[in-house]
Ligand binder design. Sequence first.
Ligand code: SF4
Length: 344
Amino acid sequence: MIEKQNIRALNEEELIKWLANYGEKKYRANQILRWLWVKGETSFNKMTDIPKTLIRKLEESFFIDCITIEKYIQSYDSTVKALFKTYDNFFFEGVVIPDEKRATACISTQIGCPIKCKFCATGQLKFQRNLTVGEIFQQVVELNNLSVLLFNKVITNVVVMGMGEPLLNLTNTIGALEKIKMYDKINITDRKITISTIGLPDKILELSRINNNIKIAWSLHSPFQTIRESLIPIAKKYSIQDIIQAFKVSKFKQPITIEYVLIENVNDSENDVKELIKIASQFRCKINLIPFNKIENCDFTSPSLLKIKTFQQKLVEKNFIAIIRKSKGTDINGSCGQLANKFY
Ligand code: SF4
């Protein structure tokens, strides 16, 4: 028996070659790719302008790496978290965050995460595999369907901040984002996309060469190398200064967002804010302060609101844009990985 191939892993050239083997015309590739990426179709049977004989051949040779929503839960603040199941029975999460004007899809790029940050529920999960282009793309399709159903709003922004380190799955992430821009039910441009990374200098440079229009968020979390290494084990490999250098050399058009999860007595002191100011002064950036959101098997707590506001004020006094980001969906295990870990 011939092993079926994942059709969403094929590019146009490969599909044309496959079609030629069956004596099919070149333009059929375009039709099929349109169904897959512009319409988001996941069933060969529904490709109405493809002849039945060709549909049978497609079904014999290919499968579509579909994901399905296993369940979704909605927070009192409207945030919706979806639990996705892959064709090979893994689970991962995606989130819709609606506000007055927008609906943001927060998507995953890996199942589990090899980075293992100490403050993150996904970091507690075993890393299983990278998500494919089709799986990353289809998350946005499914989250858009949910957003329309629940909020009557299409997805307006995509943030790659769910499970996984996107730059460790760069090819599939970029491939999927290109397809998301093709999807006809939403209107996503590069400026509406943010990729969040822990900071891998070589990959930052590679990404900026591929696409310097998208926004980048850097998860810094401590301005001190040793504290950062205790929070993010992979940080041992890359010094803060090397990451800053990568941002300086890269040609991203938008300012970098520094993400800073505030953890009581870990990274919330006056010394921390002073060092953070030194780092933020070295390139064009703004700062998001995120009060730590409680997760299981972790003793960290969030500083008091007063302490968080004092921290913010010190940044604002030095003319930085520093925003306190409220944790969304805390009642539905809003932090990434908190829902999926119930299914591992
Ligand atoms: S914060 Fe991001 S990089 Fe760190 S473990 Fe969680 S998903 Fe991975």
